[in-house]
Write a protein that binds this ligand. Structure first.
Ligand code: NAD
Length: 477
């Protein structure tokens, strides 16, 4: 009998959903079926795949209310749930527009042997396995799946066991597009299902924590398949002296508190020059106090509940550790239970340093620890004093000042005089540095091209080389 696990509702705290845990025996026939269909999907051509994906987009739009409702139960948030559905439809539109150029191939003449023409052929990995997290359940299930499908791969998605409800209405939308249903499926379950999926596919796109990412990388190495890993972050922001503090505090609040801080690219460390520190903290704390919880009415407010109970414990632990070591809470600072859900108001802390977990480990909550620095070199050193290197931000009195500092920060995407740009601009190629990830960028053109293996066809239209060419002494006078 298939095992089931109970799923907690983030607003009520009640277990109100049950999930089947797929094992190898459940995943294997799906993988076999999709592999059987993938070749036809690839050979039907990009034009066909674009047409099918556009129909999927229409289907998503016509089911958007059902999908957003399920996603809203998963995450406890309404506007962002609909935002995820719209974000997915926009990404389908964007990739359908970009794919034709990205999949162009051209013949080239060899310089070494001018009579040899080199022809490129793109060969997609037949079957991609996507393993996704709970913080943006829909978007992060499809962020890699959409370009891979357009590249010609078939895809199996294993969403997080913390937020599985959305997959039902999305699977129904997929079924309404029969050609897509042949090459795209969900499987449900927890880490065991993710581990079983790795053994059935040709490439993995994983989004989640560093700890799990490491296990996934090891399992993929054993299976001898590539893994694209998008992992955690502890994004820094540096505010240089003379910056527009109004602008900086508005952007930093948004980039730290959006989605209740449950985002990999949330700003989690704020470094402000000592001359601006007090004024900046005043502004940030006032704006934080003016950012209400989306409670009790889920149709009002801004800051939703914490989705994952275990994450609520981590946030509370980081706050306790910081306060014990001398940090001062300027506003917020408490994880509270309301009607069974976990909530925390936007929190500003001062008097923090790098002995505290709140400055070194991923907190994943709406928490803004602000630390004063003395000079630019110290700001860069502090920003780089992290195991993570996902993204970050720099504010400066001039663009040139901000760029000078941004160029020294070890992270894949830095917003200049703004924050959280990587959530709004997807066209730039950006790698994850240090422990924030491995493999080609999911953003920019490689988001699609990394699913294509490049094959070279060497067409010799001249003479062939005879064996005598290899003779000892050949080429000597
Ligand atoms: P997680 O690592 O706990 O789980 C992610 C997924 O991995 C889930 O589907 C889970 O079932 C599966 N899994 C667990 N053990 C597995 C195993 N041994 N083999 C295969 N799969 C396994 O992560 P989470 O708590 O769901 O997500 C939050 C984390 O994701 C945070 O660290 C966040 O920063 C990160 N994240 C990163 C990005 C990015 O783009 N870099 C985006 C969003 C979230």
């Amino acid at each position: 009998m298939t095992e089931t696990i109970k799923v907690r509702n983030p607003r009520s705290g009640q277990d109100d959903y049950e999930l089947c845990v797929a094992g190898a025996a459940d995943i294997e026939p799906i993988a076999r079926e999709l592999r059987g269909r993938q070749r036809a999907w690839q050979q039907a051509g990009l034009g066909h795949r674009i047409e099918v994906m556009q129909r999927f987009r229409e289907t998503l739009l016509s089911s958007s209310a059902d999908i957003a409702a399920a996603l809203s139960t998963d995450t406890g948030r309404r506007a962002l749930a609909m935002g995820e559905v719209m974000g997915l439809t926009a990404s389908i539109e964007r990739w359908c527009g970009d794919a034709p150029d990205l999949m162009q191939t051209a013949d080239r003449q060899s310089q070494a042997l001018p009579h040899v023409t080199m022809r490129e052929q793109f060969e997609p990995y037949p079957l991609l396995g996507v393993i996704s997290p709970w913080n943006f359940p829909l978007l992060l299930s499809f962020i890699d799946a959409v370009p891979a499908l357009l590249a010609g791969s078939a895809v199996i998605i294993k969403p997080s066991e913390v937020t599985p409800r959305f997959a039902g209405p999305v699977a129904a939308a997929i079924e309404r597009v029969p050609e897509l249903h042949e090459v795209l499926r969900f499987v449900s379950g927890d880490g065991r299902s993710g581990a079983a999926l790795i053994d059935q596919v040709d490439v993995i796109a994983f989004t989640g924590s560093v700890a799990t990412g490491r296990k996934v990388a090891e399992a993929c190495a054993r299976a001898f398949i590539p893994a694209f890993l998008e992992l955690g972050g502890k994004d820094p922001v540096v505010v240089l002296p003379g910056s527009d503090l109004e602008r900086a505090s508005t952007a930093i609040l948004r980039a730290s508190v959006a989605a209740t801080g449950q985002a990999c690219q949330s700003l989690e460390r704020v470094y402000v020059h000592e001359s601006d520190h007090d004024r900046f903290v005043e502004l940030l704390a006032a704006k934080a106090r003016g950012t209400p919880l989306s409670y009790p009415d889920p149709g009002e407010g801004i800051v939703g509940p914490l989705i994952f109970a275990r994450q609520a414990d981590i946030i509370a632990d980081h706050l306790d550790d910081a306060v014990l070591k001398g940090a001062r809470i300027e506003t917020g600072g408490k994880v509270e239970q309301k009607d069974g859900g976990y909530w925390i108001e936007p929190t500003v802390l001062t008097n923090v340093d790098h002995t505290m977990k709140i400055m070194t480990e991923e907190t994943f909550g709406p928490v803004m620890p602000v630390m004063a620095y003395r000079d630019e070199a110290e700001a860069v050193t502090l920003a780089n004093d992290s195991d993570y290197g996902l993204s970050g931000a720099v504010f400066g009195p001039t663009e040139a000042d901000a760029l000078r500092v941004a160029e020294q920060i070890d992270a894949g995407g830095i917003s200049i005089n703004d924050a959280g740009m990587t959530t709004m601009v997807f066209e730039a190629t950006k790698n994850s540095f240090k422990q924030s990830g491995l493999g080609a960028s999911r953003m920019g053109p490689t988001g699609l091209t990394r699913f294509l293996r490049h094959k070279a066809l060497y067409i010799n239209r001249g003479d062939t080389v005879p064996i005598e060419f290899m003779a000892e002494g050949a080429g000597k006078e």
